[in-house]
Design a binder for this molecule. Structure first.
Ligand SMILES: *[C@@H]1O[C@H](CO)[C@@H](O)[C@H](O)[C@H]1NC(C)=O
Ligand SMILES: *[C@@H]1O[C@H](CO)[C@@H](O)[C@H](O)[C@H]1NC(C)=O
Ligand SMILES: *[C@@H]1O[C@H](CO)[C@@H](O)[C@H](O)[C@H]1NC(C)=O
Ligand SMILES: *[C@@H]1O[C@H](CO)[C@@H](O)[C@H](O)[C@H]1NC(C)=O
Ligand SMILES: *[C@@H]1O[C@H](CO)[C@@H](O)[C@H](O)[C@H]1NC(C)=O
Ligand SMILES: *[C@@H]1O[C@H](CO)[C@@H](O)[C@H](O)[C@H]1NC(C)=O
Ligand SMILES: *[C@@H]1O[C@H](CO)[C@@H](O)[C@H](O)[C@H]1NC(C)=O
Ligand SMILES: *[C@@H]1O[C@H](CO)[C@@H](O)[C@H](O)[C@H]1NC(C)=O
Ligand SMILES: *[C@@H]1O[C@H](CO)[C@@H](O)[C@H](O)[C@H]1NC(C)=O
Ligand SMILES: *[C@@H]1O[C@H](CO)[C@@H](O)[C@H](O)[C@H]1NC(C)=O
Ligand SMILES: *[C@@H]1O[C@H](CO)[C@@H](O)[C@H](O)[C@H]1NC(C)=O
Ligand SMILES: *[C@@H]1O[C@H](CO)[C@@H](O)[C@H](O)[C@H]1NC(C)=O
Ligand SMILES: [Cu+2]
Length: 580
């Protein structure tokens, strides 16, 4: 039928006007409903079957797909004996702190048989984030991707990929991770390490009894794929590479960056990285491994194994490569940096810059209202068992702290206490803004390695512009710590090795196009400086995303007070908010 232009009948104009009126506004976004049933599921990996806590019987858990501007209503129903809470990692949660999820910080846990609807809107973010349990070590099996597409009709600032594929790294334990952390906290020693790393839940062919459990990415030649990488491992930063294929980094933590090419990338727990991969123009006579293994700076034992998936070119229809012949093709394996390659790590993170275009300007605070200097690292606490030695250093228990305060978890949620003005006996607003006893943070360890403890927070007036320097300590050996801040993105304005020098280092800060993100690695034996605007009222957790360090107390919270205007205030709690 040829094209002909006809005047629209009046009734059609009416209908289309009405339809437009009734259809969701593409700019404001739509409401998307999800239901998460938390239940047990049997899973077999490495020839070992065990019962895991999962969402909707899926491992890894279901993918959430939304557009920037959409509202999400996610009903979480707890059918297991564990207490549960779910965190939407990296979502800003503007005024909706009740939906953030860390147990005993913004909510009491969802107890057995209970449910809670997480209600939040995605504002000003597009890329990849993820969700995970935020209580004890349950996130070892409770995690999944959050894919945030740009608003309808808004293109990516790079060529539209042919396909998009989430790739989520995890850590598999043959034993029950809850038993592992319980045992470690009792003995005071380091927890048992994992048995494998996983890609989309699968360890891959480099482990015994695991070849069938291999993630395969089937590709066509001459196309561009967008890989949405997420590090959901419990305790390990990871190097990642694909043999014979270059990665172009375009987005981290749901913020666009200036694109750059790399053969290998580093991703800490809590971080996400979107990369473009261009496939070869013609069918290669080969298949290619994609692998990940840890970057480790600490002194404890760790899982040094390698997870692998396969990048496989689909058989062309002309039959030149049958699926049988593909199996006989040579297999190429990428070469990853040494497990302790700090110079690679430093070089990689120095390439990350925010896009800072007219459309996506970098809004790094130029002036600072409040400066903070926090030491982060390990220490010890006295053995809790009378007449027994503990398995931490010199018979003590491992601990970890920020400014020597090891965070003591409250038994009720901080956000409720704050909202109802009942902080008494729950938390104190006395978190030190600098170390109480300065020392040579990266020099010889001090004689006294014991930490103090308490439930202390920093209170910030609305719209305070904050600069925070986080300094690694060498008390039990220098170590890189991926610090994650809830409720905000921050700008990484500087970093370096040794002790931060407030008289010299700020002169080198990048206040033009620093990378904006929600999780940053504090360099091993060094420091990192971040800036953020405290424009989101609520209680916001900040912690190391190496779960064992969080368990040992490397965590604290910020309270951002309400502003004066009505739209600068935390909303009241939802009626179904769980109680302690
Ligand atoms: C898991 O396996 C055990 C032992 O075979 C069985 O008793 C249990 O019902 C299974 N659980 C589920 C959720 O399938
Ligand atoms: C979700 O939160 C918004 C406020 O941000 C509120 O207006 C709305 O009623 C809530 N929706 C549900 C289903 O609770
Ligand atoms: C941790 O490893 C030790 C030594 O292999 C073992 O005896 C212990 O049972 C393990 N703990 C857990 C909780 O699996
Ligand atoms: C893959 O890379 C290796 C090492 O650089 C090289 O020897 C090999 O020829 C490449 N293979 C293909 C199919 O590109
Ligand atoms: C991993 O650790 C084991 C035991 O400590 C060791 O035998 C092995 O060589 C290590 N592998 C790598 C790749 O470093
Ligand atoms: C990294 O490990 C290798 C051996 O595994 C060691 O020779 C080297 O000194 C280490 N490098 C650093 C910077 O610790
Ligand atoms: C600990 O040792 C002291 C003396 O050595 C003894 O009196 C006490 O009963 C012991 N306590 C426990 C809990 O074993
Ligand atoms: C443990 O004790 C030894 C010897 O007394 C000492 O050299 C070392 O520094 C101590 N380590 C810690 C972590 O306290
Ligand atoms: C801190 O210790 C390091 C390593 O021992 C040393 O090089 C540095 O000079 C010390 N710094 C100060 C200020 O004492
Ligand atoms: C630390 O211990 C050493 C040896 O026991 C001692 O010489 C030194 O004075 C102590 N340093 C401090 C700051 O107490
Ligand atoms: C916390 O500190 C108090 C002293 O302020 C101490 O009695 C208690 O044992 C500490 N708790 C832990 C878990 O270290
Ligand atoms: C679950 O959370 C409630 C409220 O904090 C607490 O009283 C209870 O002991 C917890 N139960 C388990 C199994 O951890
Ligand atoms: Cu840490």
């Amino acid at each position: 039928m040829g094209a002909s232009i006809l005047p629209l009948p009046t009734f059609l104009v009416f209908v289309s006007f009405f339809a437009l009126y009734l259809l969701p506004d593409p700019v404001l976004g739509i409401t998307r409903h999800y239901k998460f049933d938390i239940k047990l599921q049997n899973v077999t990996r490495l020839c070992h079957t065990k019962s895991i806590v999962s969402v909707n019987g899926q491992f890894p858990g279901p993918r959430i797909v939304a557009r920037e501007g959409d509202q999400l209503l996610i009903k979480v129903v707890n059918h297991v004996s564990n207490n549960i809470s779910i965190h939407w990692h990296g979502i800003r949660q503007l005024r909706s702190g009740w939906a953030d999820g860390p147990a005993y910080i913004t909510q009491c846990p969802i107890q057995t048989g209970q449910s809670y609807v997480y209600n939040f809107t995605i504002v000003g973010q597009r890329g990849t984030l993820w969700w995970h349990a935020h209580i004890s070590w349950l996130r070892s099996t409770l995690y999944g991707p959050i894919v945030i597409l740009p608003k309808r009709g808004v293109p990516y600032p790079f060529a539209k990929p042919y396909k998009e594929v989430p790739i989520i790294f995890g850590e598999w334990f043959n034993a029950d991770p809850e038993a592992i952390i319980t045992q470690a906290l009792q003995t005071g020693g380091g927890p048992n390490v994992s048995d494998a790393y996983t890609i989309n839940g699968l360890p891959g062919p480099l482990y015994n009894c695991s070849a069938i459990d291999t993630f395969k990415l089937k590709v066509k030649p001459g196309k561009t794929y967008l890989l949405r990488l997420i590090n959901a491992a419990l305790n390990d930063e990871l190097f990642f590479s694909i043999a014979n294929h270059t990665l172009t980094v375009v987005d981290v933590d749901a913020i666009y960056v200036k694109p750059f090419e790399t053969e290998t990338l580093l991703i800490t727990p809590g971080q996400t990285t979107n990369v473009l991969v261009k496939t070869k123009p013609n069918y290669p006579s080969a298949t290619f491994l994609m692998t990940a293994r840890p970057y480790v700076t600490g002194q404890g034992t760790f899982d040094n194994s390698t997870v692998a998936g396969i990048l496989e070119y689909e058989s062309p229809s002309n039959g030149m490569h049958s699926s049988i012949s593909i199996k006989k093709l040579p297999l190429f394996k990428p070469i990853l940096p040494a497990l302790n390659d700090t110079s690679f790590a430093t070089n990689f993170v120095s390439k990350l810059r925010s896009l800072d275009s007219a459309e996506y300007p970098s809004k790094v605070p130029q002036k600072v209202d409040k400066h903070f200097f926090f030491t982060v690292g390990l220490g010890t606490s006295p053995c809790q068992h009378k007449n027994q030695t503990c398995q931490g250093p010199n018979g003590t228990m491992f601990a970890a702290s920020v400014n020597n305060v090891s965070f003591a978890m409250p038994t009720t949620a901080l956000l409720q206490s704050h909202f109802y003005g009942q902080s008494n006996g729950v938390y104190s607003p006395e978190f030190p803004s600098t170390p109480i006893m300065p020392f040579n943070y990266t020099g010889n360890p001090p004689n006294n390695t014991m930490v103090s403890n308490g439930t202390k927070v920093v209170v910030l007036p609305f719209n305070t512009s904050v600069e925070l320097v986080m300094q690694d300590t060498s008390i039990l050996g220098a170590e890189s710590h991926p610090l994650h801040l809830h409720g905000f993105n921050f700008f990484v304005v500087g970093q370096g090795f040794g002790n931060f020098d407030p008289s010299k280092d700020p002169a080198n800060f990048n206040l033009v196009d620093p990378v904006e993100r929600n999780t940053v690695g504090v360099p091993s034996g060094g420091w990192v400086a971040i800036r953020f605007l405290a424009d989101n009222p609520g209680v916001w957790f900040m912690h190391c995303h190496l779960e064992v360090h969080t368990s040992w107390g490397l965590k604290m919270a910020w309270i951002v007070l309400d502003g004066k205007l009505p739209n600068q205030k935390l909303l009241p709690p939802p009626a179904d908010l769980p109680k302690c």
